[in-house]
Design a protein around this ligand. Structure first.
Ligand SMILES: C[S@@+](CC[C@H](N)C(=O)[O-])C[C@H]1O[C@@H](n2cnc3c(N)ncnc32)[C@H](O)[C@@H]1O
Ligand code: SF4
Length: 388
């Protein structure tokens, strides 16, 4: 399979297990008692080898991201084996970013030490809240003190530590959230992912909502909290570089930038996704979601790729705009024209001018950007921008 070798290539590794299932979470995560780590290790290596041979085209990796699920439950030797095999199969760029997601309930110093020795150089810690009542509401199994301890343990081993927090929870006031955020900022971190709580299909929160409970504030209150979040974070020197992601200069997550810049990545593990640039569009890959089915398919065929899609030009334009407009940097019009031809053929200029006038978009220095207000209305903006 030929794919463009001009853009960076990243690798996503999905670890599908957690100690408990959180009531708000619809990620592909499962609670299992007996996990055959040796069998998983062999399967990750085989599927990586398949991806490298068929889709890697001799490209070095700029990033590896262990996501989940709860990757901090992986034995460090499993992580070390995957990193070493990725290096052998693809090669790693000199400044490769290797991130692992970690949960405070599995964040012992020995784990961080092992992950560091395995080559991980960035930790993304699922703190979710610095308030015990917020953690209880979210059904988390750790306390705020345990979360703080996990942050300090992570920082002893890693220069780059990010935390996730979830706001816009039932009963949370804007003032209470801002205080919590300021406490998080006092910890001196250089990256934070700040998510508004969303109610996802198939979760316990979804069932409770259907039964009549209200678990999130009204839209206008959530929007006010979003604006306050942006103001507090900007003042603190960690502006939003993406809708929910805030970082000090140079500290953005390079792996996630690959997604939002519509560059190329491969996904290995149960339910992992990949996307690659083709001469006339994009190739999408998705593996089997169920861990058991994934293991079986990899055992039989060397990979568990379940769905392969080929997107044409219009879908690729939509992906560039949709992903790029999430970013503060926006999308580069010259880069898009180099890829898709004159913009008259893929952009509705009248709609563009209207959206600029109404304060949803900015178009300067060749970059098209969504304003903070526009970033909340991207679906509608995209539908307007692309000629029917
Ligand atoms: C794969 S999970 C994280 C890692 C780890 N398993 C943990 O929970 O600590 C990625 C992040 O998505 C966020 N998230 C998941 N479901 C969400 C929801 N319904 N609303 C808002 N954020 C959510 C959480 O902040 C979570 O840390
Ligand atoms: S939020 Fe994290 S720990 Fe909780 S179920 Fe989802 S992936 Fe697992």
């Amino acid at each position: 399979m030929s794919s463009s070798s001009k853009t960076p290539l990243a690798l996503y590794i999905h670890w599908p297990f957690c100690r408990a299932k959180c009531p708000y979470c619809d990620f592909n995560s499962h609670v299992a008692q007996d996990i055959d780590h040796a069998r998983f290790a062999a399967a990750y290596h085989r599927e990586m080898a398949h991806m490298a041979a068929h889709y890697g085209a001799g490209r070095k990796l700029v990033s590896i991201f262990f996501g989940g699920g709860t990757p901090s439950l992986m034995p460090p030797s499993l992580v070390a084996g995957i990193v070493a095999e990725a290096e052998r199969l693809f090669g790693l760029s000199d400044d490769v970013e290797i991130t692992a997601e970690a949960n405070p309930t599995s964040s012992e110093a020995a784990m961080f030490e092992g992950f560091h020795a395995a080559g991980v150089n960035r930790i993304s810690l699922g703190v979710q809240s610095l308030r015990d009542e917020g953690l209880a509401f979210l059904g988390r199994e750790h306390s705020a003190d345990e979360a703080r301890n996990a942050i300090s343990a992570a920082r002893q081993h890693f220069a780059r530590v990010s935390i996730d927090l979830i706001y816009a929870q039932r009963g949370q006031t804007a003032a209470g959230w801002v205080n919590e955020l300021r406490e998080a900022l006092d910890l001196g971190l250089t990256h934070m992912s700040l998510y508004q709580l969303t109610i996802e299909q198939g979760t316990v929160f979804h069932t409770r909502t259907r039964r009549g409970e209200t678990l999130i504030p009204p839209d206008d209150q959530a929007a006010e909290m979003y604006e306050m979040t942006n103001d507090v974070m900007t003042d603190a020197g960690l502006p939003a570089y993406e809708i929910s992601n805030h970082a000090a200069a140079g500290e953005a997550c390079r792996h996630n930038l690959v997604y939002w810049r519509a560059q190329d990545w491969l996904g290995v593990g149960p339910g992992a996704h990949g996307r690659l640039t083709l001469p006339d569009g994009r190739l999408g890959l998705a593996t089997r979601r169920s861990p058991a089915a994934w293991l079986e398919a990899v055992g039989e065929s060397g990979h568990a790729i379940d769905i392969i899609t080929e997107d044409g030009r219009a879908d690729s334009v939509a992906e560039w705009l949709m992903m790029g407009l999430r970013l503060a940097e926006g999308v580069s019009m010259p880069a898009m024209e180099a890829r898709f031809g004159s913009r008259a053929s893929w952009l509705d200029e009248t709609a563009l001018n209207r959206l600029v006038e109404s304060g949803m978009l900015e178009n300067s220095d060749g970059q098209l950007r969504a304003t903070p207000a526009g970033r909340l209305l991207l679906d509608g903006i995209l539908a307007d921008l692309m000629p029917a």
